[in-house]
Design a protein around this ligand. Sequence first.
Ligand code: G
Ligand code: MN
Length: 392
Amino acid sequence: MRLPLSSAPAPAWLWNGDEPSVTSVFQPIVDLLHGEVIGHEVLSRGPGERREPQVLFTQAREEGYTWELERACWTSALRCISTLSDEQRRAPFFFNVSPDVLSDPRFGDGSTVALLARYGLKPGHLVLEITEKAAFEDIELIQRLTRQCAAEGFGIALDDFGAGHSGLVTLVHSAPQFIKLDQALVRNIHRYSYQQHLVKSLVAFAASVDAVLIAEGVETWDELAVLLRLGIRHVQGYLIARPAPAPVRPNGEFEAQRHSAMRALDFREHEDDETVGSMVIRRLCMDAATPTGDVQGLFANASQLDHVVLLEGDRPKALVTRQRAPARDERPLVVEDRMAITTLARVAMKRGADTVYDPVVVVDEQGSFLGTVTMKQLIHRSTELLERRTSR
Ligand code: G
Ligand code: MN
């Protein structure tokens, strides 16, 4: 595929003579085990109102300047990198590239390697982050391109994994050394057990194919602590360091907190304090105004459906199970996600015979609905926790 070409010379918002108009910023990717920087993602920023890459790349595509923009970004990044000390250039730089740029004959014609050489760099200094923002279904092409780039010595990362088009099929065909887990799968992971189970299985997958799994967009210690517990070792995000005009290490405060998070993990002293939030799954909810008949109809149509939570706004009002509709004014057991699992097991078992096996509704600190925990989940997990405690 050749990118559409504009016949006019590149506009000033891309190139100013030989000077690229875009600038580059760096964000570190950190190994939590030792606090070491394993690489820096290089991000581009446009001039003036085109600062946001989204705006910049969209306009370039619409006007047929994708290639010129790509070259401007590379040139700006390589110029920055060439001014760094050998020590600062030890870890690789992660560059974002789309499949259509990689497949352009001008990428593979030797000019890219020549451009790198001009700045004293080799393909081995770079990891190409492949992103698929748009539908890109030519899987054979992805396979060929990633193999070609790997053969030239570039590292390969699959970017935004789990979002949009960056999915399992691309993963198996690109066989990357780095898998970058999309921010959406990281956000609030401490609250959602579904997300946690998925990440846990990806950690196992990455280990068995010898890939490095990087969690992107980590913003809070709550997220980081859970990621660590699930086996994630490599992270990037505002919590660690914001993108900056030159490569930086995480600051001392982060380093101190990282250290204690690692210690807590080593000792596993708070295993017993695991909270309900780590098990909650967001299941079906409906507006409390839904007619009873409609709710019953749902159970008739969906055989796997066990219960529905009725909400007023984002507050839980009632729980309807397949076995039983609630009596008038009957309130389900509602708990905060911060409650310890073993405490909840005790509380839940104190309910009357009619309701003792009902799922428990979980809310956040503000009382907003998060999801439910079934008694099966609860008994299973608290038994595991108790067994672990007694076997120590
Ligand atoms: O698609 P890709 O993963 O390359 O996107 C990286 C973008 O995410 C950059 O624009 C960067 O500034 C932004 N980013 C980096 N860390 C974080 C973070 O912790 N939170 C959010 N919301 N954005 C981040
Ligand atoms: Mn990226």
